[in-house]
Design a protein around this ligand. Sequence first.
Ligand code: GLC
Length: 634
Amino acid sequence: MIIRYSHGDPIDTGALVTAFDKHDLSEFPFKGQWENGGFRFSFPMAPQDILYGLGESPRGINKRGWVYESYCSDDPFHTETKQSLYAAHNFILLSGSQTFGLFIDFPARIRWDLGYTRQDVAEITIDGADFDIYLIQGDDPRAVIRAFRAAIGKSYVPPRWAFGYQQSRWSYHNAAAVDEVIARYDRAGIPLDCVYLDIDYMERYKDFTVDENAFPDFARYVREKRAQGIHLIPIIDAGVKKEEGYDVYEEGRENGYFCKKADGSDFEGGVWPGICGFPDFLDPAVREWFGAKYQRLLDLGIDGFWNDMNEPAIFYSADGIEAALEEAAALKGKNLDLSGFFHLKDTFAGLSNAQSDYSSIYHNIGGKPVNHQRVHNLYGASMTKAAGEYFEKTCGKGKILMFSRASYIGAHRSAGIWFGDNHSWWSHILLNLKMLPGANMCGFLYCGADLGGFNENATRDLVLRFLALGVFTPLMRNHSALGTRDQEGYRFEHPEDFRDVIQVRYRLIPYLYASFIKASENDDLLFRPLSLDYPDDPIARECETQLMLGDECMIAPVYEQNVSGRTVYLPEDMTFVKLSGERTETQALTKGLHYIKVALNEVPLFIRKGKTIPLCKPAMRTSELKWDDTVPLI
Ligand code: GLC
């Protein structure tokens, strides 16, 4: 059962597909109060209560004991003391002394103090007066999640080939670099389906252009790669380069499609290409215009995209940098003391993603100017919707691969997400595992992290262990940042170990795809915390390093360096399976704690009692897989 408590005049976020009758906020069962124009409410938590949710966010599967903020943020340091990442997924689920879910449909800031100030109290502050709170009740957590998911509509399903292994890097600068990736993967016998084109494929970072020098006759090139079974996936950024003669910019400016400042002039901010206009994706006319621009790349044979920098990321605003430069010029020749120097330094460091810039932006909603801060968390989601809606209309459902960095619930119907700029840190294997059930609860089934880690240098063992988690995530993409150590599978000694791990993915694809479709059709989770399946088992309830996958499996990746295995908790008797290349090793294990040994070229998996899963033979491409020719694992 879902009850909607409404206050003021909420902005239509498009999060839900079902309309619920409005109840007045005075009927809301939790104690609340108004303060500084915002609404704060709280509820008590019993010691055994677990709080799930918040989708892509820092810290654990159980969100208790920290304070989070819903505010889509371009922040490449996913340390545990952060409060927000790129998404705003405003759903939480309490399981324990009671069972209920809460979804706050509100696109500005929300603060979730989930036992940070007072251990036994959750206190949630909505930074505004126009919102809907949905209280979701059900017999058990899974029923609550299903009811919520049914209300927000079916999750995006990508094309089947998007379950293949994908290689990315910032950047493969030209056709020769892309060819080398494919050739070297092929030579190493490592399967591959997609190669990504990061910002350098464009002409001076202009959306919907291709640098002809780097990729001459791009349409022919894309065709040639398709004939090799490879999909090229270009990036699209939110900002549109300000340049006379660049038609996308000129059309945007002439039609008033860019976000504005209070005086009605275009807001201008710097991103990769320098000064950009920011399409006002909250306006349906702009969404239609921008969505149709993807056709240029579709016409060249492209069938997948990733939308980036759409929190939006703003390195600096035109006004902000002017002011900072003036301030710096005035200091020329001066003797800067401690405060003088740090003030200058902070002036420049504070230029990026500045609150003052976000506050200076206006959107056109239904003909009225609306300040960006009121709708901040819808920006990236609306960009992605623009593309998703266009693809669905022109190509049909599930034909085009699409995922985004920023998101809000609702965008899960148009696209998947990736977890942004993580690090080549061991701790991020677990962080990324912990995000999976939360993202699923919020409808995002097609998701995954940058395998091997994006920022900083990766080691061979880290990439292999990261991949062994990625074998199970719908998006299985290895991606890394400019200037970092190369981390394609063939770059390291013994590339056959990478082949062994990635081949396991291909053997599992028919099972993973079928489980994905099942989760999407049944409004269910692909990845579940163990406690959802074993609610009465105290160890399972607290487990933060293992997940249930589909109806048959449990996963428990190795997440530390220089170890030959890990401890695993089995909440029931299970079959421990080690998969490596075409090899399968099984061992029956009883309920309880076990130390399992897993070599770097092996993928551990646990099969529940009485269950099995289908495996097929690996292939170099998903198009070569014999999807129907499978054998049961046990
Ligand atoms: C952002 C993206 C990253 C990409 C880079 C360059 O940091 O999150 O994936 O490689 O921009 O486009």
